[in-house]
Design a protein around this ligand. Sequence first.
Ligand code: SF4
Ligand code: SF4
Ligand code: FES
Length: 228
Amino acid sequence: MDNSQNERKTMIHVSINGREYEVPAGSTMVQAMWYTGHEVIHGIGCLGGVCGACATVYRIKGDFRLRNALACQTLVQEGMSFSMLDSYPIQRAHYDVATLSDPKEELFTFYPESATCRNCNACTEVCPQGIDVRDSVWRANFGDFKAVADLTMSCVMCGLCVSRCIAEMAPHEIALYARRAYGAKELPFPANLRARLDEIKGGTFSREMDRLLSLSPDELKKECEVKS
Ligand code: SF4
Ligand code: SF4
Ligand code: FES
């Protein structure tokens, strides 16, 4: 068997955005898109499962279930059909966390839908990070923002939980609000951050900052070169 036959044996059939392709087995969904000439500019960030940009919806042949995944972290399978979600529209509240006076009550001002959770657990089932998203929504509703922060620390903001929520809320934004409020209102101000802010205010770094600001782009590039 020559090399080209070996190579053929490793190809599998997938459908991307409704069109059929053959792609190398062992590719991630992102690699399969690149292989088939898709210009994937949006929806790609870290390629490491961290930025949450590559939310994707897919089905496996013969399985009725609609599944979701991060495309950079998911290998293609024979008969898989998938489409990347460019972005999922959400209602994002605007607030200044520093001015919140009663964050637990104000949650229902910014995200009133939070109280309408129907406990279906679809958000938890879809989460690629294995977060108990349903529980985080309930903890937020009961004002336990510390528990929300602990539960959702690994959220990559991919928005897949939004795509499945039958109460049409954005659980990851509710969790983000709770984490912010917890950090700003419940935790003590970090001592090392306070010390650094005092140093900045005291002018400790002013001379070096002024020097950097006076450099030309070429001089700045040189400054950034790793010194051997
Ligand atoms: S909680 Fe939602 S946004 Fe965060 S990782 Fe899970 S599915 Fe993605
Ligand atoms: S998907 Fe929506 S309604 Fe269902 S448990 Fe999660 S937050 Fe609640
Ligand atoms: S590209 Fe960042 S999570 Fe997939």
